[in-house]
Design a protein around this ligand. Structure first.
Ligand code: FAD
Ligand code: SF4
Length: 535
């Protein structure tokens, strides 16, 4: 055997760089279902099922096109006497059996995995050729160059550079229709002011039904395996309907462009009970598993604008997520790890509340977001940032405990994208590298974004900061402002929020701090007794 091509669960593209020069006569593919990848964080059942189902479909397609695939499956029952399987131990076994002359892979999505595979290759005395991942529009090297050229990292500048480099939503200057595309379409780079409406009191217009992909025989076998072996893990399998093949991922893309893209921007930041998807695309998992390429998603989105099917504001808002944020967090991850993963700028030390693993809380907004997270392995961005993320930030949960949860529960969670979003954007643990301010708000924000509907079904009142009915978000928000007053006052983007503290009398400030402290103590006790507490 000449090359053994290592393919991980989030590298499911037969045209990936690892396959360049692949010769079916001399090379083979290696894939392994490994227990540790589902247990190093307590991975949710939908997340495990999606990865395994997509891997099995991919392996089958490779075998059908004549590539030899060495594939190890997880058994429905674990041998309690056996040590947990890891990628490294599985690979060691395969190397002893197959004796390849060299190893090839596409750059993985997690620093831990890269280190483990490098060490294993070295122990076996084999070259490991780690090739560029072409499923991104900006290489890590280009990102590092961009970062060096700026005093401060900011999404906006990075995003504009990529728009220009790839000529996305770029037009010729007015008066020079045949000239080069140097101007942002519509004359502006950013249409956020037109986007991000809250729903009216009457609620959302009819919400389009997203496509659902009924499990086929391969996926059903995986669902049975996961139920048997990981049935005690968080999450549920009953509604599993994720795309697990490239064909399905393309259908999901087309359905999004046709049905939801036109109103994506408008309702991007809105919340509504029992509506997990709204106008979001649900394409993150397919993108992260490499069933879709970001360039094709961006091209399809821009084409919808050029064809008059979707307004510019929505299209720009969506492209900003993929060409901007997605590429930006990936560059940040690979240029800052491993130190980035340990940051805790706000010195937050609380454990993750127990209800994050069960959804059982009287706080209606959290019960809604966590409940659907466990049911589907999905929540949209505003739920992740301004409900589950916000609560953990205000309570003062240790960022690494928050990271462990986000990496475990979402079907689209791969560390390169999850970790910067959690530590940087959501928990401000990097002190402002990724985002220029902590995203903090009281319960009033959640009330506004859901036109009051979430709070109407809740035991608490978003406008009250002390007393038995006080919304915990609101109490903890004011407590957060007091705890971090100096830092927030020094930041021009949060100074106004801190100034409002001056309007609160000392006695009420004291009452807020006391109530917040009692809440934290209760949460701590529940966490210690709850499921999946950190070891
Ligand atoms: P849409 O709202 O339809 O957005 C379109 C696409 O843009 C997404 O599919 C995604 O590929 C990309 N995108 C949007 N926002 C971001 C962002 N902030 N960073 C990177 N890409 C983005 N995204 C993941 O893919 N995996 C994660 O593990 C993950 N963890 C997150 C944790 C926290 C605390 C937060 C605040 C955000 C996280 N995100 C993560 C980003 C974002 O919330 C999800 O990409 C999005 O909710 C996925 O749903 P969608 O496909 O319907 O997205
Ligand atoms: Fe959430 Fe507070 Fe509103 Fe209840 S009152 S739904 S806890 S924001």
């Amino acid at each position: 055997l000449r090359h053994l091509v290592l393919v991980l669960g989030d590298q499911l593209d037969p045209e990936a760089a690892a396959f360049d020069g692949f010769d079916p006569a001399q090379d083979a593919v290696w894939m392994a279902e490994v227990e540790e990848e589902s247990t190093h964080v307590p991975s949710s059942q939908p997340r495990i099922a999606l990865f395994l189902a997509a891997m099995r479909h991919f392996a089958r397609a490779q075998a059908l096109r004549g590539r030899t695939v060495h594939y190890t499956r997880l058994m429905p029952h674990r041998d309690p006497a056996a040590p947990p399987d890891t990628l490294a131990t599985q690979l060691a076994r395969a190397l002893a059996r197959l004796r390849p002359r060299a190893l090839v892979m596409t750059a993985p999505g997690e620093a831990r995995v890269l280190a483990a595979l490098r060490a294993q290759a070295q122990a076996a005395g084999l070259d490991l050729d780690v090739r560029e991942d072409r499923h991104f529009l900006c290489s890590v090297r280009d990102f590092a160059r961009h970062a060096r050229s700026r005093r401060q990292l900011r999404l906006e500048w990075f995003y504009r550079e990529l728009r220009q480099r790839y000529r996305v939503l770029m037009d010729p200057a007015p008066g020079d229709p045949d000239g080069p595309p140097t101007q942002p379409s519509g004359g502006r780079w950013n249409f956020d002011p037109e986007n991000r409406e809250a729903f009216p009191a009457s609620g959302p217009p009819p919400v389009p039904v997203p496509p659902a992909f009924a499990p086929d025989a391969i996926t059903r076998e995986v669902l049975a395996l996961v139920a048997r072996r990981f049935g005690h893990h968080p999450g549920e399998l009953a509604s599993f309907a994720w795309p697990v093949t490239r064909g399905q991922a393309l259908q999901a893309l087309q359905a999004f462009i046709a049905q939801r893209l036109p109103d994506f921007g408008r309702w991007q930041d809105a919340l509504w009970p029992d509506q997990p998807v709204l106008w979001h695309s649900q394409l993150s998992a397919a993108l992260n598993l490499k069933l879709l390429h970001p360039a094709e998603v961006v091209a399809a989105t821009e084409a919808a604008y050029r064809a008059g099917h979707a307004p510019l504001a929505s299209v720009e808002g969506f492209i900003r997520q993929i060409l901007g944020w997605r590429e930006y967090v990936r560059g940040l991850y690979w240029t800052r790890m491993p130190a980035y993963g340990q940051l805790n700028a706000l010195d937050a030390q609380e454990p993750l509340p127990a209800f994050y693993w069960t959804g059982q809380t009287p706080m209606a907004c959290l019960a809604d977001a966590i409940g659907q997270t466990l049911a589907h392995g999905y929540a949209h961005h505003i739920q992740r940032l301004m409900v589950t993320g916000l609560y953990a930030l205000l309570l003062g949960v240790r960022p690494q405990a928050v990271h462990r949860w986000y990496l475990a529960v979402y079907v689209d969670a791969v560390e390169w994208v999850e970790l910067p979003n959690t530590l940087g954007m959501s928990q401000h643990a990097d002190g402002g590298v990724m985002a220029s301010k902590p995203y903090i708000a009281s319960g009033r924000y959640i009330e506004r974004q859901s036109a009051g509907r979430l709070c109407a079904g809740c035991r608490y009142r978003p406008g009250e900061r002390v007393g038995p009915q006080a919304c915990p978000f609101t109490t903890l928000y004011w407590d957060f402002l007091m705890r971090h007053e100096a830092r927030l006052a020094a930041n021009p983007r949060t100074v106004m929020q801190v100034r409002n503290l001056a309007r609160i009398a000392p006695a009420e400030r004291q009452a807020i701090a006391t109530q917040a402290q009692a809440w934290r103590e209760r949460s701590r006790a529940e966490a210690a007794a709850g499921p999946w507490a950190e070891p």
